[in-house]
Ligand binder design. Structure first.
Ligand code: MRU
Length: 375
């Protein structure tokens, strides 16, 4: 299946049934492209918790659409507006507990609840929630495109010194189209660079334990015809030591107002290796992943701990079937922290929809003066 960049979406309203939201089951990629219907807010919560959808912006958008579904459910089960609103608010609480690290979850939910402030009847409740979920998605696409434009400038500058050789970019996890509504954050500069004819090649970290790099990033770069090579997570430092990496670009699930970033486990080690080897380490982010209320990432960002099964088992294609196999002894204890925090001092710059800035309070405040100081 070849993605048409302009029309690709990771979440959408069913074209013939406005009571159904559709998503791609990302657990099945790259081997199967399967669309799943969400009909209730509980379906949305399961999709987020079990990682049918993942990636900070898409988590926020799925929560938003789930609240629209909750409003439809409320209308069919409760008769007073007050009860219906209560139902939607309890759905919001259930959704908020699904994945703790990505701040977009809270952001998306708060934004949806805000449109209910002065709602006067059930129809208005449903209409407003649907419109807000659609707006969140359209805005996310524009934001990702903006990140792409600014990031591609950086890649173009590096390309000038490479005599036509490709710019080698290392990325971790999937901060791609699949993690947003389209374009991605870390991948957006790659897609815009491709449009501009800037030669690039991407080192794709496999990203254990769930392998979002080897399964999702590799899949979407393949769909888009971008040259890439999958590497094991431990290879990045070695490649940097030998001059094979020009720039690292990763995503983030939560960025503090001082520029610390929480991203998929292992990001910190890549930043350390980049620092040691003088390789620029950039983080691409929509402003929706900035948590303006905190400044110390290590202290204040909650790190999700996920099931040990993700470490003890791997899944893959066996003939025509997707199978899981155990790779760890039954009796070995396992720990599975899903994210780590890279301190701002290791981040060369933040690529946002408004431009590139230093990973610092001053850098972010200069780009987003209206938000600075809210915490
Ligand atoms: O656990 P995941 O797959 O949701 O983790 C995703 C990441 O770490 C991404 O890099 C991050 O969400 C940024 S997505 C634009």
């Amino acid at each position: 299946m070849k993605t048409a960049r302009e029309t690709f979406r990771t979440i959408w309203l069913h074209p013939d049934d406005p009571a159904t939201v559709q998503i791609i089951d990302q657990r099945r990629l790259p081997h199967r492209y399967e669309i799943v219907d969400l009909r209730t807010h509980a379906d949305g919560a399961i999709a987020i918790r079990d990682m049918l959808v993942r990636g900070a912006p898409l988590i926020g958008a799925t929560a938003a659409w789930s609240l629209y579904l909750a409003a439809l459910e409320a209308c069919s089960s409760a008769n007073s507006l007050a009860r219906q609103l209560q139902f939607v608010r309890s759905a919001a609480e259930a959704l908020a507990g699904t994945r703790p690290t990505a701040v977009n979850l809270r952001w998306g939910i708060e934004r949806m609840l805000a449109v209910l402030a002065d709602v006067s009847d059930s129809e208005a409740m449903v209409t407003r929630l649907r419109a807000e979920a659609e707006t969140i998605c359209e805005e996310d696409i524009a934001i990702s495109r903006g990140i792409g434009e600014h990031g591609a400038e950086l890649l173009g500058t590096i390309a000038e010194g490479k005599n036509g050789e490709p710019v080698n970019i290392l990325t971790h996890c999937n901060a791609g189209s699949l993690a947003t509504i389209n374009w991605g954050t870390a991948t957006a500069p790659m897609y815009v660079a491709q449009e501009r004819g800037i030669p690039i090649h991407v080192w794709v970290d496999e990203t254990r334990p769930r392998n979002q790099g080897s399964q999702l990033t590799a899949w979407e770069l393949t769909q888009s015809g971008i040259a890439h090579t999958v590497i094991v997570d431990n290879a990045g430092g070695h490649l940097m030591q030998h001059g094979h990496v020009d720039i690292c670009i990763t995503g983030t699930d939560r960025t503090t107002c001082a520029g610390d970033v929480a991203n998929k486990i292992g990001t910190y080690l890549k930043a350390l290796a980049a620092h040691d080897n003088g390789v620029p380490f950039y983080v691409a982010l929509p402003s929706t992943t900035i948590d303006w209320t905190i400044s110390d990432g290590l202290r204040d960002i909650p790190i999700e701990e996920r099931s040990a099964d993700e470490v003890t088992h791997v899944s893959g294609l066996d003939g025509d079937a997707i199978r899981e196999v155990r790779i760890v002894p039954e009796s070995s204890p396992v720990r599975n922290d899903a994210f780590d925090v890279t301190p701002a001092r290791l981040v060369t710059g933040l690529i946002t929809e408004r431009g590139v800035c230093a990973a610092s309070e001053e850098g972010l405040a200069a780009l987003f003066p209206e938000r600075a100081g809210v915490g």
